[in-house]
Ligand binder design. Structure first.
Ligand SMILES: C[S@@+](CC[C@H](N)C(=O)[O-])C[C@H]1O[C@@H](n2cnc3c(N)ncnc32)[C@H](O)[C@@H]1O
Length: 263
């Protein structure tokens, strides 16, 4: 089938994660799909085109701005695809069951109790249905965190090192994800990881890297008591590219199936 709604080729974060999600997603015409943390439609547009007019896709996001952006991109296309502003941690009780549940770059937003969110999603999966979620798993950008920790140690920043440690440990591992799907009663579970190398230059190129600045480096800056010290430590780190590269993210795909009763 030719695709009009391909994944955006110039998105160097969502698209590679969505590609790994689609590697595991069993998509077929006529399926109903719930897409959580849908953003502005990766991979909802692609999925909607694949399921066709006999299917239904509901893509949820908690941000009204993201939903508005997705609807603007959609216009009058793919009328069996809907974007709604809903918190995936508190799904409406009247939401029906779906054949597939997808969530690209979603699991990190399942806080504070990630298992409860997975269980809530599994409750909305039809028997025989599949869930596929992606997130950057434990190990993502470890070379950078090690170098930051080393620099913090040089500066004698004990409290900052403890906070950095806690920040790193908070990232879920693939194994933890597998365990959640298992506890939620899914079977044929896979927790696969695909490395993604992120290119960067030294100095400002690293400190203002579009993938790193939001969500990763901002969190590290929050580990510091004094932002002037943070700037100096991080500038030092950013100038030592050899100590940081290769910069690898782990694309984790969690997938499992809801048993058909009796199987
Ligand atoms: C990293 S983006 C991923 C968006 C899209 N799936 C993609 O691959 O480009 C994560 C999205 O999750 C949304 N989000 C965060 N917390 C959420 C929640 N509790 N319920 C629904 N969406 C949420 C954010 O607004 C954001 O659009």
């Amino acid at each position: 089938m030719t695709s009009r709604w391909r994944l955006p080729q110039h998105d160097y974060w969502s698209t590679p994660f969505a590609e790994s999600l689609l590697r595991h997603l069993d998509l077929r015409p006529g399926a109903t799909v719930l897409d959580v943390a849908g953003g502005h439609g990766i991979p909802a547009f692609y999925v909607a085109e694949q399921v066709g007019p006999g299917g239904q896709v509901l893509s949820l996001d908690v941000s009204a701005g993201q939903v508005a952006r997705a609807r603007a991109i959609q216009g009058s296309h793919l009328p069996w695809l809907r974007f709604e502003c809903i918190d995936m941690r508190a799904l409406p009780a009247d939401l029906p069951g779906y054949d597939r549940i997808t969530g690209n770059l979603s699991v990190m937003f399942f806080r504070p109790n990630r298992f409860d969110v997975i269980q809530g999603l599994a409750d909305h999966l039809n028997p025989g249905g599949q869930m596929v979620l992606t997130f950057p798993s434990l190990g993502t950008f470890d070379s950078l965190w090690r170098r930051v920790d080393q620099e913090m140690a040089t500066w004698g920043l004990l409290a900052e090192r403890r906070r950095l440690d806690a920040y790193i440990a908070e990232r879920p591992s693939a194994e933890e994800g597998r365990e959640w799907l298992n506890r939620a009663g899914l079977h044929r579970i896979e927790a696969a990881e695909y490395p993604l190398e992120v290119a960067t230059g030294p100095g400002q190129a690293l400190l203002h890297h579009p993938l790193l600045r939001g969500g990763f480096l901002d969190d590290v800056f929050e580990c510091f008591d004094d932002q002037r010290v943070a700037e100096r430590v991080m500038t030092q780190v950013s100038e030592d590219l050899d100590g940081v590269l290769p910069l690898i993210a782990q694309r984790c795909v969690l997938t499992g199936w809801k048993p058909v009763s009796g199987t």
